[in-house]
Every structure is written in structure tokens, then in C-alpha cells.
Unconditional design. Structure first.
Length: 366
């Protein structure tokens, strides 16, 4: 790790300033993890094989050279092409290892060892090196060496069934690479923990994460309940009538987040539906869940009486958790998104200004 000097003039360094990462990851799970780390100041060098590079460069490639998939996952990185199957290519990597802190990959287990780039080989050059792998299933077990992508992670991890509404419903896929994105966040967390451990305890080590393990971690609440009770919750995608969406008079949707039972009376009063307060079917939280279909129908009829913004104004005035259901166009214009600088821009020589989703992490000093 290179020393950062906060006393120098100019902007403060990032939290990971001075950390150098050799990034062998491809597609989405690995590259999103390392772009998160680059947002925190790490110097990420993306290593690609020299003939075709990361296939992500071509997924959704536009005629002008723009590729949202690649830009979202690989901005703010440097680039290097190396054929790690050759001795000359491996020698290039070996020469970089003394000045490298982390080496990442998302190959199947055993691939980096075949390249001579596993932890044992690299630690012989730099004992403090951190290596990190994000595979589909991890390095052991019956599926360890099988290929896996986002949809397989969602399927085998149980998320498709849960998202669809339970075992009796049709499975549903969450678009946008949800398993990859969550897997990347877990991967980045593991790498940050290894960096902290090295600085505190003086040890390098290998970090291993997987799509499957990350999917289980994502659903820890639901799985914990199942493991205790032996039953998976069913009831469709709108299981809680007060924790779901409703269409309004103008065709736009709002979402409720009334998890605390204390909000029920104020909610009914705001909707001018005092009759629901005394309705025995809905008087208690269990009744509102048990009679969800009837309550959803009542609320559908009520919300259809006024446009969404009018309802949101009334609900917010009563301090009731709620919000608009946004499409991407609305997200890009959302005042809270703009106020928090969640969307940023960069200047590219061949693409002019590129707008992208920035880091959701704010740090007061670094």
C-alpha cells in the first residue's frame, strides 16, 4: 500500500487511496465490486486477455461505441492486456505483484492456480498480498467447478421462488443482474475486511465469496424463519397490504411502508376511512395480513379516488412512510437523487459527457 498524505494541498484522498488492485474479473459480479472500490479511491487495473477482452465490452454495444454494461461496471479503472497462459504474460503480472495490494478474479475455482496466480504463488512474491475470488458456488461442494451466472444464482439461491410469491406461485426473475450486484457488494465487503485485517494484523490472505452464498445472505430473514418453522411464506407478491404499492387516479403508483402497527389509525384517518379502524377483519395486524385480499381491494378503491401526488402530500403530512413508484425517467429527475448526487458525469474523449450512477457512500473526510 502506498502512503497517502492528507496534509498535501488539493482534495482529500479517498478512503482506499494508495490501494492497488489487479482486477482479473469479467462480466458483472467482479467488475461491480472493483468499481465500488475504485469509487472509494482504489487504483484498479483491469487485466484482460489480449484478443477479445472482457465480453462485457460488447453486451449492448451501440454504433457510437457506447456500452452501458461496460461503462457502468468498469469506469474509473486503468486497463492492461496480458495473456496469462504464457510465461511472458505471467512474468508481467509477477513484476506488478510487489506493488499490488489485492488481486481479484471471478473464474471457476482452480483457474488462477493453473495460471500460476493463486494466493500461494503470489504470496511467495509479496507475503502481504490479498487475493480474492468470486465464483458461482465457492471452491468446494458438488457444483464448485460448474459455470454460473446471475439467473442461476437467483434460481438456486431460492430468490426466484420467493420473488414470485412462494412455492405455489410462478418463479420471478429480478432484472438488472440482482444476484451479480449483491454478490459484488459482498465481494467488495470481503476485500475491504481483508485490507483492514492486513493493516491491523499484518497478514495477507485469500478471500472467497460466491453468487450462491450471497443470495442466501440476501434472504437471511426469510431463510431463518423457514429453518425454524419448516414453512416458506406464500401469499403472492403483495403479502402485506400496508407494505406494498397502489395505483392512483392518474394511473401512477405509490408505495406504502407502514411496518409499525402504530401507524394504522392515522393511516385510516388520512384516507378518510375511519370505518377500517373498527372493521373486525382489520383491527389487528394479524387480521390485516390474514385478510389481505379484502384490505387490498378496499385500499385499491380508496387510492383510485385521487391522483398520486395528492395522496403523497396527505400521507407525508401525517408523517406516514410512503413514496412514489418511479420508472428510470422519474428516478433520474427525483429531487432526492439529485440532492444526494447519486447520478454523476465524466468526460470521455470519444463519447463526450457520460452520465452514470455514482457511489452511494458518503464519507465526511475521505
Amino acid at each position: 500500500m502506498q502512503d497517502a498524505n492528507p496534509s498535501q494541498e488539493g482534495p482529500m484522498p479517498g478512503a482506499l487511496d494508495g490501494v492497488r488492485i489487479l482486477d482479473f474479473t469479467r462480466y458483472q459480479q467482479g467488475p461491480f465490486a472493483t468499481v465500488l472500490l475504485s469509487d472509494l479511491g482504489a487504483d484498479v487495473i483491469k487485466v484482460e486477455e489480449p484478443t477479445q477482452g472482457d465480453l462485457g465490452r460488447s453486451l449492448g454495444l451501440q454504433p457510437d461505441g457506447w456500452c452501458a454494461y461496460f461503462q457502468a461496471l468498469n469506469r474509473n479503472k486503468r486497463s492492461l492486456t496480458v495473456d496469462t497462459r504464457t510465461e511472458a504474460g505471467r512474468d508481467i503480472v509477477y513484476r506488478l505483484i510487489p506493488e499490488t495490494d489485492v488481486v481479484t478474479d471471478n473464474f471457476r475455482p482452480g483457474t488462477m492456480k493453473r495460471f500460476g496466480l493463486d494466493h500461494e504463488s503470489l504470496a511467495a512474491i509479496n507475503p502481504r498480498i490479498i487475493t480474492a475470488s468470486a465464483s458461482g458456488f465457492g471452491p468446494k461442494g458438488p457444483f464448485a467447478h460448474e459455470p454460473s451466472f446471475d439467473s442461476i444464482g437467483q434460481a438456486m439461491g431460492g430468490h426466484m421462488v420467493a420473488q414470485g410469491g412462494g412455492p405455489d406461485a410462478e418463479p420471478a426473475v429480478v432484472i438488472g443482474g440482482m444476484a451479480d450486484q449483491v454478490g459484488a457488494m459482498i465481494f467488495a465487503l470481503g476485500i475491504c475486511a481483508a485490507i483492514a485485517a492486513r493493516e491491523l494484523q499484518g497478514v495477507g490472505q485469500h478471500v472467497d465469496t460466491s453468487l450462491l452464498g450471497s443470495q442466501l445472505a440476501l434472504q437471511g430473514l426469510g431463510l431463518t424463519g423457514f429453518l425454524r418453522q419448516g414453512e416458506q411464506r406464500s401469499g403472492g407478491t403483495r403479502w402485506n397490504p400496508l407494505f406494498t404499492y397502489y395505483p392512483c387516479a392518474d394511473g401512477l403508483y405509490l408505495s406504502l411502508g407502514l411496518l409499525d402497527p402504530k401507524w394504522w389509525p392515522a393511516f385510516c384517518e388520512t384516507l378518510e376511512r375511519d370505518d377500517l379502524i373498527v372493521d373486525e377483519r382489520f383491527a389487528q395486524p394479524a387480521g390485516r395480513i390474514g385478510n389481505r385480499e379484502a384490505l387490498i381491494e378496499e385500499l385499491n378503491l380508496t387510492f383510485a379516488r385521487k391522483p398520486r401526488d395528492e395522496w403523497l402530500t396527505l400521507l407525508k403530512a401525517a408523517n406516514l412512510p410512503c413514496g412514489p413508484v418511479n420508472d428510470y425517467a422519474a428516478v433520474a429527475k427525483e429531487p432526492q437523487v439529485i440532492a444526494k448526487d447519486f447520478i454523476n458525469s465524466l468526460q470521455y474523449s470519444y463519447l463526450c459527457e457520460v452520465v452514470f450512477v455514482g457511489s452511494p457512500i458518503d464519507m465526511s473526510v475521505t
